[in-house]
Each structure stands twice: as structure tokens, then as C-alpha cells.
Design a protein around this ligand. Structure first.
Ligand code: NAD
Ligand code: DGY
Length: 386
């Protein structure tokens, strides 16, 4: 028998019982649910990561839908319990859903939502920040300054890498990877090499047009190349940012052998998922190559770092904050709530999950649709005509 979990209740007499496993930023998501006759229960337990047992206790005997987090293990046990409690929908408050066993959700007929688009630019901006922080050794220099070690300007003090004219490599040029590529190409006049399973025509057109603009203004044009292998990107790029989804094909995509292909002074950034890099191999590579630098937002065994990583001066590490801007986090909460609400209400699925802006306009009623349901095809859910 699972132990009870602390909750806060909104609209106690609402017809539909919706549970959120965490308090989320903003109030719009709360208002949207309670205005549509939902009784909302928000878990207020102090524990950062809820266990499967905690979530079973939250689901209880009757639950129409759950908004959950990427730290939770949504598999057979939880989907079976949610379905038994009458639940029809679960939404991650995240675009990535590698914590969700979608097959299990399909088996129990539960729709699985995610929150694409609203975090694209915010996440790309953090990847760009980590690229700069690593290239210009900002964290090392900040620590040096605070430690009272600065005795005056010196020609060799914290010399780093110039980005202009160098090559930025993107692995996984989807929404976030493409946004990051555009920032680095336009902001720092870097050439682009990318690897993805699919061609990114829009990105290629952007770089071509920007190159033409630079040329017309008498500057060196930027260039792009779609690599035929990941290895090509690793060999040629000076800064490489990882933006694929995490699945079987991308687990330890960057391993010991592939790290060895990279330039000795290259920069590697990861804002995707920790297990995309073999972190033990990375620590060894950082130790052996002091001029190689990394910027990491995600870790293989989150919230932990592999032994030795915290001691590496050539690593900049932040705690999975890439999507952490106020607008984005409030928007993620809204999309997650609307995924669950839409399914409860029997709304169809929004036809383009890459274009979720209509749901984020605070001054308008959101469309009567679920913004993004990843297993809509498997469940045979109808698509919105809006
Ligand atoms: N650190 C954070 O806070 C944070 C924030 C948002 C997203 N993310 C992560 O970023 C991921 C990408 O988000 P997105 O919105 O850009 O998704 P997306 O689906 O638009 O892009 C993912 C891209 O990866 C490509 N890809 C898949 N398998 C690949 C492979 N084996 N090799 C190369 N490319 C491959 C896909 O073709 C696609 O273009 C999410 O799944 C999530 O895990 C992390
Ligand atoms: O997948 C995601 O959305 C992130 O990891 C958190 O924003």
C-alpha cells in the first residue's frame, strides 16, 4: 500500500480529477484546467524526484489525467494504474520523453503529451551560452577573480578560442539544433556542418542567404555542409553541439573512439540528454586533453556527475536549466495542461506540433485541440481541422 503524498487542491468540486506531480510556473495552466471543470491536485511533497510508488498514491482510484516530469519513470506500472483509475491522458512537462514507455501507454490506451516548440529558442540560447562560456573560459576566469588571484592584465591570462570564421557542428538539426545553428552562424559568423537523419532545407537556405548578405557587404560569406556521417562533423568542427532525441540510436553517440576524432582544442556542448555522451570516456578525454572544453547541461546519471567531472577546469556544468526562462517554463506548463485537458474533453490533436503559438497567446482562448500527443497515430486519434 503506497503511502499518502502531500497535495494542494484547486476547484475541489470539479468533475474531472487531474493530478500534477509538481508545482509548475505561472497560473494560466491552473486557470485553464479549473475553468474547464477540473479538480486539480498538485503534489507539494518536498522530495525532488517522485518514485513510482509516490505517483501510484497520487493517481489513486480515480484519476482522469496526470501532468508529470521528465525525472519520473512512466512505464507499465503507472500506465496500468492510470488506466485502471479511468485515466485517458498523461503529459510530460518536457519535449523529450525518453522517460516514458510509449508502448506501455499505447497498450493501456493512454495519450502521451509533450511540449515542443515553446522551449526551442530558450534551449538553443543556453547551448550558445555554454559554447561561449567554454570558448572564453568564463567560469574559470570568474572563479579566479573571486578567489582574489587577479594581479593585473597579462598577455596569456585566460586565452580562449575565437569563434568567428570557425566551424560549428550540430548533431541533430531538429527544432533546437537548427535554432542553435542559426544563432552561431548569424551571431558569430561561423560556418556550419551538420548531421541529422533528415535534411534541414530551411537551415541550409538560411545559411545560404546569410552568406550572400555578408558577401554583398564585402565580408567573408559563411558556408554550410550536410555531413554524410557523424564522424565527419566530429573531425571538422571546432564547436559541436548535440541536439538529438535520446533513444537506442543515440545512446553513447559520443564515446571514447569518437572523442578521439575531435580536434584537440574543440568544444563539445550537450543540452540534449546525458546518456548521449559516454561520460566516463568524456572525463578521461578532458583529463588527457586540457585544451578540449565542454559545456554540459545534462548528465548521464542525473542528478549525479561521473567521478572526476566536477574537478575538471575545462568543463562548464549547469543543472539541466536549458529551458529555464520564465516565458518558456510557463508555456511548457500550459501545453502540458492543455494536452491532458484536451484528451479528457475529447478534443482532436493539433495538426502541427511544431507550431504551438496559438496555445500560448495569453489574451485568447486556446484552440479546442491537444497541442502535442506523441502517440496519436498509434491510438488512432483524430486530427484537428483548425
Ligand atoms: N537540456 C534541456 O533542458 C532540454 C530542453 C529541450 C529539449 N531537450 C532535448 O533535446 C531533444 C531535441 O529536442 P527538439 O525539440 O529539437 O527535437 P526534434 O525532434 O525537433 O529534433 C531532434 C532531431 O534529432 C534527430 N535525430 C534523431 N536520431 C538521430 C541520430 N541517431 N543521429 C542524428 N540525429 C538524430 C532527428 O532527426 C531530429 O531532427 C529533446 O528530445 C530533449 O531530449 C533538452
Ligand atoms: O526535454 C525537455 O523539455 C527538457 O529536458 C526540459 O525542458
Amino acid at each position: 500500500m503506497a503511502k499518502p503524498v502531500q497535495i494542494e487542491v484547486w476547484n475541489p468540486n470539479g468533475k474531472y480529477r487531474v493530478v500534477s506531480t509538481k508545482s509548475m510556473p505561472g497560473t494560466r495552466w491552473i486557470n485553464l484546467l479549473i475553468q474547464q471543470d477540473c479538480r486539480l491536485e498538485i503534489c507539494t511533497e518536498k522530495k525532488t524526484i517522485l518514485s513510482v510508488d509516490d505517483i501510484l498514491a497520487l493517481i489513486g482510484d480515480r484519476c482522469d489525467g496526470v501532468i508529470g516530469q521528465l525525472t519520473e519513470d512512466w512505464g507499465e506500472t503507472l500506465f496500468s494504474a492510470l488506466s485502471k483509475a479511468g485515466g485517458k491522458a498523461f503529459s510530460n512537462m518536457a519535449v523529450g520523453y525518453n522517460n516514458v514507455d510509449v508502448e506501455a501507454a499505447n497498450k493501456y490506451g493512454v495519450a502521451v503529451g509533450n511540449t515542443p516548440g515553446v522551449l526551442t529558442e530558450t534551449t538553443a540560447e543556453l547551448a550558445a551560452s555554454l559554447s561561449l562560456a567554454a570558448a572564453r573560459r568564463i567560469v574559470e576566469a570568474d572563479e579566479f577573480m573571486r578567489a582574489g588571484k587577479y594581479e593585473g592584465w597579462l598577455p596569456h591570462l585566460f586565452v580562449g578560442n575565437l569563434l568567428k570564421g570557425q566551424t560549428v557542428g550540430v548533431i541533430g538539426a531538429g527544432r533546437i539544433g537548427s535554432a542553435y545553428a542559426r544563432m552561431m552562424v548569424e551571431g558569430f559568423k561561423m560556418n556550419l556542418i551538420y548531421y541529422d537523419l533528415y535534411q534541414s532545407t530551411r537551415l541550409e537556405k538560411f545559411v545560404t542567404a546569410y552568406g550572400q548578405f555578408l558577401k554583398a557587404n564585402g565580408e567573408q560569406p559563411v558556408t554550410w555542409k550536410r555531413a554524410s556521417s557523424m564522424e565527419e562533423v566530429l573531425r571538422e568542427a571546432d564547436v559541436i553541439s548535440l541536439h538529438p532525441i535520446l533513444d537506442k540510436t543515440t545512446y553513447h553517440l559520443v564515446n571514447k573512439e569518437r572523442l578521439a576524432l575531435m580536434k584537440k582544442e574543440a568544444i563539445l556542448v550537450n543540452c540534449s540528454r546525458g546518456p548521449v555522451i559516454d561520460e566516463v570516456a568524456l572525463v578521461e578525454h578532458l583529463r588527457e586533453n586540457p585544451m578540449f572544453r565542454v559545456g554540459l547541461d545534462v548528465f548521464e546519471d542525473e542528478p549525479y556527475m561521473k567521478p572526476g567531472l566536477a574537478d575538471m577546469k575545462n568543463a562548464v556544468v549547469v543543472p539541466h536549466i536549458a529551458s529555464a526562462s520564465k516565458w518558456t517554463r510557463e508555456g511548457m506548463a500550459t501545453l502540458a495542461a492543455l494536452n491532458v485537458l484536451g484528451k479528457i474533453k475529447g478534443y482532436p490533436i493539433w495538426s502541427n506540433p511544431n507550431s504551438v503559438e496559438p496555445f500560448l497567446n495569453e489574451n485568447a482562448t486556446p484552440p479546442a485541440a491537444c497541442p502535442s500527443i506523441v502517440n496519436s497515430k498509434a491510438l488512432g486519434l483524430p486530427v484537428s481541422k483548425l
